[in-house]
Write a protein that binds this ligand. Structure first.
Ligand SMILES: C[S@@+](CC[C@H](N)C(=O)[O-])C[C@H]1O[C@@H](n2cnc3c(N)ncnc32)[C@H](O)[C@@H]1O
Length: 299
């Protein structure tokens, strides 16, 4: 990882190489199940064709990179190293590279790609804000909730644009405002009745389509389209399972710390549990997840 980029997103690098990374890995399958109805929107919008070179930003444990590599598997089969400077010219076969700050999450991604027998996926540890891929080495960028954490989103999207060739495109999912999103709104409302809520769990900018449009057009993107994608999201098998997950969320731990009262925290969590109990179905607890699907092109 380049020095400058490490300095730029140092807090995020520490977070995703530390506790959040471990938490995400521990709940990898839960997140996959939770995103199951959202990800097809991303892939429909990305329209990955055989032979294309895909960049998956903030790929985490790599599920979308592996899926993109399968979609891009082209007849000529360019080596997956073709993405990196000094690794030969990209060929005509398709492949996917997952870029992420988190070493531990990428280790999982590499293992899963091997297990899946997907040889045209590669994973690179680095900061998308200073994209380490060589210029014009990708045709399409995708991201499943991996673009919301930049210190400088304008620099990030300009850097990503440089890695993409002319006539390239992007498609990414990001969360709508916390309070429009049951994933976050249920615990936030319960805690908000007793303590002042912090800013949104995800960056303000990405919850606001107008600001996203300005950001992307400022970084040279065109035909920007932002669609509402609201889908049911599976949170866990039953209320106890969901609550064990929710209690570990960094947002909940910091709200509990703000409250500074264990008894009150338990009372608040009991009201949260009631909300999940009301959403229990035979196959688990489901909430409404609200995302933005953002697509754009470069001329
Ligand atoms: C919410 S997780 C999403 C992971 C994965 N895309 C998924 O849907 O399961 C966000 C991911 O973005 C990565 N990330 C955050 N900031 C980043 C940056 N500046 N460059 C690259 N990856 C970043 C984190 O390490 C983390 O893996």
């Amino acid at each position: 990882m380049a020095e400058g980029s490490r300095a730029a997103n140092a807090a995020q690098a520490q977070r995703w190489n530390g506790e959040s990374g471990r938490y995400w890995i521990a709940h990898r399958e839960r997140h996959l199940a939770g995103h199951r109805h959202l990800i097809p929107h991303l892939f429909r919008a990305a329209r990955i064709s055989p032979g294309e070179r895909v960049l998956d930003v903030g790929c985490g444990c790599g599920a979308t990179t592996i899926a993109a590599a399968r979609a891009a598997r082209g007849p000529a089969g360019a080596g997956p190293d073709a993405w990196l400077p000094g690794q030969g010219e990209p060929g005509s076969g398709g492949s996917a590279v997952g870029l992420d700050l988190s070493g531990p999450m990428l280790e999982v991604a590499r293992r899963l790609a091997v297990q899946a027998g997907v040889a045209n996926a590669r994973f690179v540890q680095g900061d998308a804000q200073a994209c380490p891929l060589r210029r014009d080495s990708c045709d399409v960028m995708i991201s499943s909730f991996g673009v919301m954490f930049f210190d400088d989103p304008a620099a990030a999207f300009a850097s990503i644009a440089a890695a993409l060739g002319h006539r390239s495109r992007l498609a990414f999912l990001c969360w709508q405002h916390d309070m429009h999103n049951e994933l976050f709104a249920i615990p936030l409302r319960a805690f908000g009745a007793h303590t002042r809520l912090p800013g949104p769990a995800v960056g303000h900018l990405f919850t606001d389509p107008r600001q996203v449009t300005e950001l992307l057009s400022g970084a040279g993107w065109e035909d920007i389209q932002i669609d509402d994608v609201s889908e049911p999201a599976w949170m866990g098998s039953d209320v106890a399972d969901v609550m064990s997950y929710v209690r570990g969320m960094s947002m909940i731990r910091s709200l509990a710390a703000d409250l500074g009262d264990e008894t009150l925290t338990e009372r608040v969590l009991a009201t949260v549990a009631e909300q999940y109990a009301a959403r229990q179905r035979p196959d688990g607890v489901w909430v409404r997840a609200a995302a933005w699907l953002v697509t754009a092109h470069r001329a």
